[in-house]
Ligand binder design. Sequence first.
Ligand SMILES: [Zn+2]
Length: 452
Amino acid sequence: MFLTVFLCVTEADIGHFWHLTDLHLDYTYGGKAESCHNEVTPSQRGMFGSGLCDAPWALINSSVYAMKEIAPDVDFIIWTGDNIFHPRAKTGVLSMDIVLNTLDNITRLLREVFPDVTTYPTFGNHDYFPYAQFPSHDNKIYRHMEITWGVWVNDSNFRKTFRKGGYYSSSIRPGLRLISLNTNMYYTRNRLSLNFTDSDDPAGQFEWFNDTLAAAVRNKEKVIVIAHISPGLKGYEGFLWMYKPFNDMLNRVISRYMESGVIRAMHVGHDHDDEFKIYYDNKGIPRIPVFIAPSVTPWRYKTDQLEFGRSHNPGIRLVSYDRFNGRHLNIIQYYLDLDKANKDSHAQWQLLYKATDVYDIPDVSARSLSNARELMLDSSKKHVQDYYERLTLMGDTSKIDDKCQYSIYCGMRYFDVPGFNKCLDKYYSLAFRPVASSFVIIIVTVIISVLF
Ligand SMILES: [Zn+2]
């Protein structure tokens, strides 16, 4: 007698979405070029941008049209903030009207190019006037953008939470929910946060985030979380973007729901680099992938005395996922070779990599990315070097050293400074960390946190 075994195989229902972030439009690029370093002459400003300036409209326009050309039939778009340029002068250049007009113009572009596709936006720290001072109460910018962005968001509570703190939740489809957090309220450049105490919850966002995740578990939904500023460390550079109490609080809410598997992934911007991180539970099991998407702007910082930031090309990101359960299948990263585009007077956006190919993993779940992370310890440094070059979208191909290798490896896992330092010490003995370099790290940390 033969026993017939029927295997019940559910094929993934594969969908795609775009992730667009850190556009930083400099609408003065063709004139005063307020975002450009002083030494950039008009003739050095290519039509699609320059590495020492923020993005001209031609670059932003071309990024959105490239998205349409590459994958027009996406299920939705996530847009994680920072649309205003970094002004060279500290005061007198930006205003509330400039912020609102810029946000409206980019919203209009997305609606024109993708009229039938929902975009889920979130604010970046630059999308406020005065810079980064997002309040935890009703104000002109929340009210204005509530109308502009409300056309995309399908949730009866949208107005209530958005007006209070610029955050919201929306059902993408039955069984899959999006949560958009306003982490700018926790940013170390937000002076208003200085007035909060450790146990405060600005605009009630932590409580709401917790309750929304609890409801998603009850309703058997999966969740994709978006935000501008990531919890945890600035990439592998060892400092927090957020005030420590807020960073701890956010990590605590996320940790509470790790084992439930309700959060499928988190997508952020802000760093301008292409990176990933992974939340592990306290048993060391990889649970939640955090994807940091690279910026559209090629901007990096320079003054007459100082230059930092890596040369990098503009990027746009396509994500594939299983519509049935929200599982993330792949990161498909596109970029623009900026020098070539300027030389050719034509923007040819091209594929940089597919994550499953470069790491030889079946998907981009936390477990698969954890395997990819282990590749970074390779003694030949091949994988970590490739990771570093992709991080800059091939803008910087300089050779990395041991310290950089271990910092990347540790920065992928630890969302708190002591955990990161302990990991670094394990792999890179303190004896080899010269005092002078610690001093440089402190100085660079202060400068970076002032600028982004
Ligand atoms: Zn930015």
